[in-house]
Design a binder for this molecule. Structure first.
Ligand SMILES: Nc1nc2c(ncn2[C@@H]2O[C@H](COP(=O)(O)OP(=O)(O)OP(=O)(O)O)[C@@H](O)[C@H]2O)c(=O)[nH]1
Ligand SMILES: [Mg+2]
Length: 350
């Protein structure tokens, strides 16, 4: 297979990966925390929290990085018969459903659960506001068991109940892992890209995906590199490098808006924050290419390029793209890990 043909098939593989989409619907009583959960699961401020939407009769879609989270209007059979509700809001097309509740578990939620599970849809139960679960004289474990028993009484013993708090960010990793397990493999990758990491382990799952992407991109860039870099002996595919940087940045959820929040406004993080923003542009990549690229070129290949031509030039394109991509990935990972550790209060490595 020629380099160009190989690059084309890798390109198609990446395009197919990028086309994979995950859609999850949330339903439950007004004020149970659906909007808050949408924001916590993505790490992005997508939905307005604390705004009472009791009367919404339309579904509300929120998009982030190939993931659609949908806030469904309350289920009320006096407004729509079950079949009409399900078809009007496209309920059977979702990959899975989350039934969000706080306090008491409501009959309307149980009724909707029965309709969807009868038709084979997976639904997980999320008891949000775990931080409010308190009763004088009772242990937390007993209270949790009461909630689980109550759900089981209403919807059956196989229902899985997760406890989350959008206030203290607890239980979110368990819920995210459970969601992941219910998705088919291609969708699992999309989920790992889009969901916010609440543990180091999840952050490393993101890193793995990014490392694979760096390698694939380097291969494409090597074969298709047509843009000579001024002052260097090699050519790389700049647009594809830019899309790699965007992939990495989005996978870590490091949008401009997130980077402007107070968690990132720590002096020690400023150089990394600046790098993540600055290098994710054509000018930034050129700057990085000159820094890293000249190192690779000087180290290994430069002197051979005029002699042996394209194969070495291609290896050079691969090495440079890989190095630059890995450098950017490393920065994004370190930044995300530092902020996560601060939240988890893990002591920083010196
Ligand atoms: N203590 C506590 N409060 C929470 C938690 N999650 C959400 N809230 C608060 O509960 C209120 C309602 O949260 P929302 O996320 O707006 O709830 P919702 O289900 O989207 O509400 P509607 O849009 O009206 O259906 C807000 O004031 C949130 O700040 C939680 O885990 N713990
Ligand atoms: Mg809401």
């Amino acid at each position: 297979m020629s380099l160009v043909v190989a690059a084309q098939s890798i390109r198609e593989k990446l395009t197919a990966e990028d086309a994979v989409h995950v859609s999850i619907a949330l339903f439950g009583q007004p004020g149970s925390g659906k909007s808050s959960l949408i924001n916590r699961l993505t790490g992005q401020k997508l939905a307005a929290e604390g705004v009472r939407n009791d009367v919404t009769t339309e579904r509300q879609d929120y998009e982030w990085n190939g993931l659609t989270l949908v806030d469904l209007p309350g289920y009320d059979t006096s407004k729509f018969p079950a079949d009409e509700y399900l078809s009007r809001f496209g309920v059977m097309k979702f990959d899975l459903l989350l039934c969000v509740f706080d306090g008491k578990f409501h009959e309307a939620d149980s009724a909707l659960f029965h309709e969807v599970s009868r038709r084979g849809k997976i639904c997980l139960f999320v008891r949000n506001k775990h931080d409010t679960l308190w009763q004088d004289g009772m242990e937390l474990g007993e209270l949790e068991q009461e909630v689980v028993d109550n759900v089981h009484q209403q919807v059956g013993g196989s229902a899985e109940v997760f406890f989350t708090s959008c206030r203290s960010n607890t239980g979110l990793d368990e819920l995210e892992q459970a969601i992941k397990r219910r998705l088919e493999p291609a969708k699992q990758e999309r989920w790992v890209r889009a969901a916010k990491a609440y543990t180091r382990a999840f952050l490393f799952e993101k890193k793995n995906l990014c490392e694979q992407r760096v390698t694939w991109t380097a291969a494409i860039s090597a074969a298709g590199g047509t843009i000579p870099i001024p002052g260097a002996n090699f050519a790389v595919d700049l647009p594809i490098l830019l899309s790699l940087f965007r992939f990495v940045r989005d996978t870590y959820g490091l949008t401009d808006r997130v980077l402007a929040t107070k968690e990132y406004a720590v002096p020690a993080l400023a150089p990394m924050v600046n790098g993540v923003i600055r290098f994710c542009s054509t000018e930034g990549i050129l700057m990085l290419l000159k820094q890293c690229g000249s190192l690779v070129a000087a180290e290994q290949f430069a002197k051979y390029v005029p002699v042996v031509g394209t194969v070495i030039a291609a290896s050079l394109g691969f090495a440079v793209t890989w190095k630059v991509g890995s450098y950017y990935l490393d920065d994004c990972h370190k930044l995300a890990a530092a902020v996560l550790d601060a939240r988890l209060q893990v002591p920083q490595e010196k």
